[in-house]
Design a protein around this ligand. Structure first.
Ligand SMILES: [Zn+2]
Length: 187
């Protein structure tokens, strides 16, 4: 088990484009395992991309297996690409690399992602709702994009929770899950 340190906004590495893998070798598999181990020790993370642990390679892990309503994953993906997308949804997202902040981001409602799995086998994921958001968010990391670049409004998490405690009952996130109230709806 290798838990790696998560890079935070301001770190230039998070702004760089990651390189694809040519083959899924032991090094790629180790990276996926490390991403998963690192994600698991966060309190509420649901996804992590390699640049967030300082590695500029196209690998992500997404884990919605703890979701109550629609548990899915974990997904271990190498060279993930969105090949199809449709619709739109606005979510309040957070990110393990942007601690304490949330933002409202418009994402596709549905995405089809192609990638390679741990064994180098081609996989296709048809995702909608929360899973579509997390996949889009994590794939953005591979191109140096953070949710704050796309957010129409950015909030301080503590203040928001203080002010809106009464509506915090529906869950949402990006790669740091927080509770908020507008998932999948227009704000
Ligand atoms: Zn993130």
């Amino acid at each position: 088990m290798a838990v790696r340190q998560i890079r935070e906004i301001g770190d230039n590495l998070l702004r760089k484009k990651s390189r694809p893998f040519e083959t899924v070798d032991d090094k790629a598999r180790q990276l996926l395992e490390d991403l998963y181990d690192t994600l698991k020790v966060t309190k509420d993370g649901v996804g992590l991309a390699a640049p967030q642990v300082g590695v500029l390679r196209r690998a992500i892990v997404v884990d919605l297996s703890m979701e109550e309503e629609n548990p899915q994953g974990p997904f271990f993906l190498i060279n993930p690409v969105i090949v199809k997308q449709s619709g739109s949804q606005v979510c309040r997202e957070g990110c393990l690399s942007v601690p304490g902040k949330l933002g409202d981001v418009t994402r596709p409602e549905k995405v089809t992602v192609e990638a390679l799995d741990k064994n180098g086998k081609k996989v296709k994921i048809k995702a909608e709702g929360l899973l579509a958001v997390v996949l889009s968010h994590e794939i953005d990391h591979l191109d140096g994009i953070l949710f704050v670049d796309k957010a129409t409004e950015i909030f301080d998490q503590d203040e928001l929770q203080e002010e809106e405690r009464w509506v915090i009952e529906y869950s949402i996130y990006g790669d740091s899950r927080v509770c908020t109230f507008n998932f999948g709806r227009d704000i």
